[in-house]
Design a protein around this ligand. Structure first.
Ligand code: GTP
Ligand code: MG
Length: 324
């Protein structure tokens, strides 16, 4: 499980001002006050959108302000209410008020709404302030400001696709190529010490969350290397991509080591659809032999990729898109 977080600022619309106005009619020399009330400011409302999976959109926009209410007018006319600002959030978003550190709401079901910042009340027009002793009130209330909050949105993300491989196989490099994540990459084993997560855009509407975990080695289930506790992070993915270096002396053996470690961890991992990606194909001479690999792994689909040149990456994405 990964947590995506982002801080945003929300503000309800200001209430419209009350109006100062006096009735003017022909043949009525001194009309009474008739200034109407200002409209209420719009609310900022979070609404769960079942099609959203991440808080990605909030990385580009972090201020959300609803419309102000309009001012009141003469002839006791009320000002128009400010429009509410409906902000879509993915299911599973928890809203935390940063001023108090209190969770305000847990947004789960599609369609669920939560008013996070109320608009201010509209001010009363001068029509309300006439009295027997004060018949010409030349004042009205100003509208109240809307509520303001700095809030933290927190989403517990479940990766859709997990990358598994021996140390140095090129997992983090692939994640960096496909998403805007910036994992540490190095030409030595165990560069990655904790899982990384990235959002991959397949097209305008389709996205998925990709998880890169530390490399596995033989005996990981006995605690060797970084151990296999990180497999937990891909237990709920839908697809696994097993990365094997094209430079490997024995790709089949690498694959068997990885399969065994996954099996030791959980049958669930074994049951997931998987694909093998032979990595660093650019180091493999002119014409890397995909047939050879496909024969080696018989019924598991294989692709040959290079995260450096981009070769084979679109085929890999097509496979993932189909499975998702
Ligand atoms: N030429 C070439 N080098 C690559 C490619 N992919 C990764 N590398 C290199 O291989 C090395 C290891 O890459 P990483 O992405 O850190 O490998 P990893 O699987 O994340 O390794 P660990 O986190 O240690 O398990 C780095 O030096 C990368 O630059 C590739 O497609 N072509
Ligand atoms: Mg890595």
């Amino acid at each position: 499980l990964f947590v995506d977080r982002t801080k945003i600022f929300v503000r309800g619309g200001k209430g419209g001002n009350g109006c100062v106005s006096f009735r003017r009619e022909k043949f009525v020399p001194k009309g009474g006050p008739d200034g109407g009330d200002g409209g209420k400011g719009g609310d900022v409302i979070f609404q769960v959108d079942g099609n959203m999976q991440t808080l990605y959109d909030f990385h580009y926009r972090f201020e959300f302000k609803a419309d102000a209410g309009r001012g009141g007018q003469g002839a006791k006319k009320h000002g128009r209410k400010g429009q509410d600002l409906v902000v879509k959030v993915p299911p599973g978003t928890v809203v935390v008020d940063l001023a108090t550190n209190q969770a305000l709401e847990d947004l789960t079901g599609p369609g669920q709404q939560f008013v996070v910042a109320r608009g201010g009340r509209g001010g009363q027009g001068n029509v309300h302030f006439a009295s027997a002793t004060h018949r010409t009130p030349r004042f009205a209330q100003t509208g109240e400001p809307g509520e303001e909050k700095h809030v933290l949105l927190e989403l517990k993300l479940i990766a859709d696709v997990g990358l598994v491989g021996l140390p140095n196989a090129g997992k983090s490099t692939l994640l960096a190529r496909l998403s805007d994540a910036k994992p540490k990459i190095g030409d030595y084993p165990f560069t990655t010490l904790a899982p990384n997560l990235g959002l991959v855009r397949l097209n305008e509407t389709q996205r998925f969350v990709l998880a890169d975990i530390p490399g596995l080695i033989e005996g990981a289930h006995l605690g060797k290397g970084l151990g296999h506790q990180f497999l937990n992070h891909i237990l709920r993915t839908r697809i696994l991509v097993v990365l094997i270096e094209s430079q490997s002396e024995d790709p089949l053996r690498d694959y068997q080591i990885l399969s065994k470690e996954m099996a030791e961890f959980s049958d669930e991992l074994l049951a997931k659809p998987r694909m093998i990606a032979i990595t660093k194909s650019d180091l493999n001479g002119e014409n890397p032999d995909i047939e050879k690999y496909q024969k080696l792994f018989n019924d598991v689909p294989v692709c040959l990729i290079s995260s450096v040149t981009g070769a084979g990456i679109s085929g890999l994405l097509q496979f993932i898109a189909k499975q998702l």
